[in-house]
Design a protein around this ligand. Sequence first.
Ligand SMILES: Cc1ncc(COP(=O)(O)O)c(C=O)c1O
Length: 390
Amino acid sequence: MKPEPQINRRREEFPTLATGIHLLSHSLGPVPRAARESMRAYYEAWEHHTSEDAWASSWWEMSMRVGDRIAQVLGGVPGSVQTQPNASIALASVASCFDFKESDRNKIVTSALDFPSMEYIWDAQSRLGANVEIVHSDDGITVRLEDILEAIDDSTCLVALSHVSFRSSCRVDAKAIVERAHKCGAMVLLDVYQSAGAVELQATDWEVDFLIGGTIKWLCGGPASGYLYVRPDLQKDLTPRLTGWVAHDEPFSFASAPMRYADSVRRFAQGTPSIPALYSVLPGLQIIEEVGVPTIQAESQRRTEWMIEFALEHGWKVNSPANVEDRGASVMIYVEDGPETVKRLAERKVFVDCRPGVGLRISPHFFNTDEEVREAMGILGELMKEKTPK
Ligand SMILES: Cc1ncc(COP(=O)(O)O)c(C=O)c1O
């Protein structure tokens, strides 16, 4: 492995790191120590606020403040992110902005490597007239950029893809996709759940229209707070049907319909924000901001490169792209019996998971040491040897 740089890994701020080697950031980040204090602050606020002052002051603004901090991680400006209950709702909110039956522009381009919610939600939109095209993957690991670009045409209203696939860690070229889509008059939504906090994102520079994701994984937040980024100059053109009183221009006027949407990204809210989830997000966000995504990405690239080399030297099948620009922060390694291997690794205090077809998902984050990564791969090597018939 290339030499370990001197960075503050903040390990003492994640108490559960003492219990084993945490390589699960694609699923559930470790709890920051400060989350206990943050949740206590929530409890105290709940205990002491009257309904009026909770809503009139701190709680009402909290969603906006958390949104602005997430916007920074995404490479967007303040006022571009509305927190959401989860990423699936964020996606459904965007889907509800389109009138597929009313327009010839009714095609949605997605990919075979997206998270299932993506497929389910678009499939449900086909009942409303959406024409859904799923760009295939020949190998179950990658989707060719040419195939994505080719699927985008003048009938496309939205290209909606994972920026980094939860299945294989395959990363798409955001800029090229946005460029092509905008040329055809289509918009682009990227699901950045598997990249935000581990891969540098440039929402503003990419000119991407929507980003969705959540905080529980690479952002070390609690379960769970989702978010929706909407390009600032696009916001006022959209009127999501998935809505509620918080999205109203004057929520506390409790006005009758028709809906008058807020003149800000809050128009993508629905009902009462999940306040405890917002408290649980803050400590992780703080640490990610302080360590810095560029540092985190450089560390991830150095480690995943070494892991892939190690795996290939041992003759294992790597189910993630080899090129660092084409992958996120996880490495997928094929094993015959995923659940059994996960269990045996856990017995040795190495925490990973698996997905059908791809095998193990292994994700070093900034808080892991090189020694841990080497040890985990060494233990996997021992288990693999035991399985290989002599
Ligand atoms: C890429 C991706 N998108 C979406 C989700 C699900 O998000 P939510 O449960 O917030 O809807 C996940 C969860 O693993 C994911 O990895």
